[in-house]
Design a protein around this ligand. Structure first.
Ligand code: SF4
Length: 445
């Protein structure tokens, strides 16, 4: 074992995958920081490196294996965790020299492995950690993970077998974390989980007190309570169940951003059934129309899979027709790839040839870009509030309520180099593109 003489042991951290994995990384780092470890900014300055991997699709597996290889080449002492850690042989086949492999959400095991290979140094001053924990996102926004796992069994997905059934965090704990984030200066909270609308089902909606009142562990109640913090609250991974209507009412009242991230994945009833998607029988077009009657400015983001086994040209045309009516604002599209262990592999359906998958994805993205451009063009001339993410010279790059960080568009404000990162600004939209907006400053907040 390597002897470490430095004042504080330093851990390098590579976090891959979805926002949920990012939250896992933050939890591990929070623990390690609390124990006096430092976070190294480079491989060279780290005593060992933790790689938090993703195993959702084959491309993510490759990226994870490459990242492990890079960490081994640059540092040599590597602990692997995260979704791909649930398939240790796949990692060991390529990288037999990794020190330890743990699966997703094995916070204790990761921390124990770090202790084993890099013992903590007892430093009372270093053992302090800010109440809001250690975040990997910029200071002004943060992800709030409200549950782990999922009760659904979508046929293309192995997350339930990796992460287990839904386990919601108690409502008081979630709200206290949100409050700590607000106190630490966070302006925007992004609520994440595998199925946000199912929050609390496993807890039988157990109530806990917060700010002098009982709050139920229920999607609506949690969202309403978060709305009391006066921050931007953005909801991800919501399914179109009827009880979402009440949350849309909260958006109309202004407590929550008028933004819903709903992974529809497809629109053909036949494909949705084969995918075993939650709320597959819902008439989603009616639901979307009803929500937009209540909140005309509602932004809907979604992801789709094209080329699912057995998808015919007719199924795909149905999806395009659906999108033309649904007019979704933000859309991502993946070509189906079979994930090892997914139930869809046993359906014995005709695989869609790679060139057809690619062609369908291109047609889908072309249509969604047209829709996005038309919807953004309607915003030209309007005033809105934006949150500044970064400043490049004289241009402040910000986001509106319609833009989640990393995945959606931006609002570029020229002549606004003096704005502070993390500040809110009032702007007027001057031009629009396929995904982004240009703006000028109306007044400083
Ligand atoms: S809802 Fe479906 S796709 Fe999402 S995590 Fe659960 S099983 Fe996977």
């Amino acid at each position: 074992m390597k002897i470490v003489n430095r004042k504080s042991p330093k851990v390098g951290f590579v976090s891959l995958g979805c926002p949920k994995a990012l939250v896992d990384s933050e939890r591990i780092l929070t623990r390690l920081r609390a124990e006096g470890y430092e976070v190294a900014a480079s491989y060279g300055s780290a005593d060992l490196v933790v790689v938090n991997t993703c195993g959702f699709i084959d491309a993510a597996v490759d990226e994870s294996l490459d990242a492990i290889g890079e960490a081994l080449a640059e540092n040599g002492r590597v602990i692997v965790t995260g979704c791909l850690g649930a398939q240790p042989q796949r990692i060991l086949d390529r990288h037999p020299q990794v020190l330890k492999i743990t699966g997703p959400q094995r916070y204790e095991e990761v921390v124990a492995s770090v202790h084993e290979y890099l013992p903590p140094k007892h430093e009372p001053f270093l053992d302090l950690v800010p109440a809001e924990g250690v975040r990997l996102t910029p200071r002004h926004y943060a992800y709030l993970k409200i549950s782990e796992g999922c009760n659904h069994r979508c046929s293309f997905c192995i997350i339930p077998s990796l992460r287990g059934d839904l386990v919601s965090r108690p409502v008081g704990e979630v709200l206290r974390e949100a409050e700590n984030l607000a106190r630490a200066g966070v302006k925007e909270i992004l609520v994440i989980s595998q199925d946000t609308s199912a929050y609390g089902v496993d807890l039988k909606y157990a109530a806990e007190p917060w700010r002098g009142r009982e709050r139920q562990a229920r999607f609506y109640d949690l969202t309403a309570a978060l709305g009391e913090l006066g921050l931007w609250i953005r909801l991800h991974y919501v399914y179109p169940y009827p009880h979402v209507d009440k949350v849309v009412d909260l958006m109309a009242e202004g407590g929550v951003l008028p933004y819903l991230d709903i992974p529809f994945q497809h629109a053909s009833a036949r494909i949705l059934r084969l995918m075993k998607r939650p709320a597959a029988a819902t008439n989603t077009l009616e639901r979307i129309a009803a929500w937009r009657r209540v909140v005309p400015d509602l932004t809907i983001r979604s992801t789709f899979i094209v080329g699912f086994p057995g998808e015919t040209e007719q199924d795909f045309e149905e999806l395009l027709d659906w999108l033309r009516v649904a007019q979704l604002d933000r859309v991502g599209c993946f070509e189906y790839s079979p994930v090892e262990g997914a139930a869809a592999n046993d359906l014995r359906l005709e695989p869609v040839p790679p060139e057809i998958k690619a062609e369908r994805r291109a047609r889908f993205m072309e249509l969604s870009a047209e829709i996005s451009a038309a919807r953004l063009a309607r915003k030209v001339g309007r005033e809105m509030q934006v949150l500044v993410d970064r400043v490049d010279g004289a241009v402040a790059v910000a986001r509106s309520s319609a833009d989640a960080p990393e995945i959606d568009g931006t609002v570029r404000i020229s002549g606004a180099g003096n704005l502070a990162v993390g500040s809110l600004a009032q702007v007027r939209i001057t031009a629009s593109g396929a995904y982004d907006l240009e703006a000028e400053l109306v007044q400083l907040p």
